[in-house]
Design a protein around this ligand. Structure first.
Ligand code: FES
Length: 320
């Protein structure tokens, strides 16, 4: 990847339906206000949902990309979460118009001859369209869905109906999950997609450390914890197109400094998980702190998420 991802635009959408998929998990179905098609999306895409208090949350699209007039997302009830308050406490109701961002994809579904999907709870949402696409292509796939209880596993019936091999690990109903044992016999041509809580993702990452590069893909809902590494506390950012050089002090993000200078760089999550603030890097060494870029993308040093990432070198030159 060398080009920044799509510029963000928003549009109104009508919330048509809310359905419980499991205890504490509501799916939301949206349509265009005028009944027309919605912007297209691919397996792995997510959208921004703009909440009435001005906050923005990212949700994976878990419906069928072929159903062009319809989006579906799922929202887990998180104690104390702002999105939960609006969505699970009745402040958002069918018939209300909300603002959505156009779909973006940081978790692209790539061709493979065999897929292994590993999901923790609501982490199944970005994987559902992938399972659907794999089945449509006649490609073998299996899913390991982890949840506290089988009854808590969202979209289980839907996943089972898609034709792959589905297994559930219910942490309160049996033994502790041994991720390494589950992955040990995976076919060498397997492409693995994983989404779920940090502990599950880290366990999968550890168990697949010796898999070929690019054969394991993760989607992070929240920013992953990163050890503080070597980084230039204060560094300079040059905006090449404008001939403007700015100083980024410790405690300020590049995004904040750019926006203070009037550049109006798009942003959404400000946690390094959505990809909205991606900018192309022309010179300098980036201290990547996002949860999106692959190891190869980081090593290419050609792009960065400017809301969280910083510089290892005294100066970065950005294509801005
Ligand atoms: S604003 Fe989401 S990755 Fe930077």
């Amino acid at each position: 990847m060398s080009e920044p991802r799509a510029t963000v635009t928003t549009f109104p959408a009508l919330l048509r339906r809310m359905t419980y998929e499991a205890p504490g998990v509501l799916s939301l179905d949206f349509e265009a206000e005028d009944g027309r098609e919605l912007p297209p999306f691919e397996p792995g895409s997510h959208i921004d949902l703009h909440l009435p208090d001005g906050t923005i949350r990212q949700y994976s699209l878990c419906g069928d990309p072929a159903a062009r007039g319809h989006y579906r997302i799922a929202v887990r009830d998180v104690k104390g979460g702002r999105a939960s308050r609006f969505i699970h406490r009745g402040e958002l109701r069918p018939g209300v118009t909300v603002t959505l961002g156009v779909p973006r994809n940081n978790f692209a579904f790539e061709p493979a001859s065999n897929y292994l999907f590993v999901a923790g709870g609501i982490g199944i949402t970005p994987l559902l369209p992938m399972m659907r696409a794999a089945s449509a292509a006649g490609t073998s796939w299996s899913l390991l869905l982890c949840a506290p209880r089988t009854a808590d596993a969202p979209f289980l019936r839907e996943a089972r109906a898609l034709g792959g091999e589905v297994s559930v690990h219910a942490s309160t109903e049996g033994t502790r999950l041994d991720v390494a044992a589950h992955l040990r016999d995976a076919r060498p041509d397997t492409l693995l997609y994983c989404c779920g809580p940090e502990a599950l993702m880290l366990a999968v990452e550890q168990a697949t450390a010796c898999w070929p590069q690019g054969s394991v893909r993760f989607e992070w809902f929240t920013a992953r914890a990163r050890p503080e590494g070597e980084t230039a506390d204060t560094f300079e950012v040059e905006c090449a197109q404008r001939g403007l050089t700015l100083t980024v002090p410790s405690g300020r993000s590049i995004l904040q400094v750019l926006n203070d200078a009037g550049l109006d760089v798009p942003c959404s999550c400000e946690q390094g998980i959505c990809g909205t603030c991606e900018v192309a890097v022309l010179e300098g060494e980036v201290d990547h702190r996002d949860s999106i870029l692959s190891a190869a993308e980081r090593a290419s040093n050609s792009t960065m998420m400017c809301c969280v990432s910083r510089a290892k070198s005294p100066r970065l030159v950005l294509d801005l």
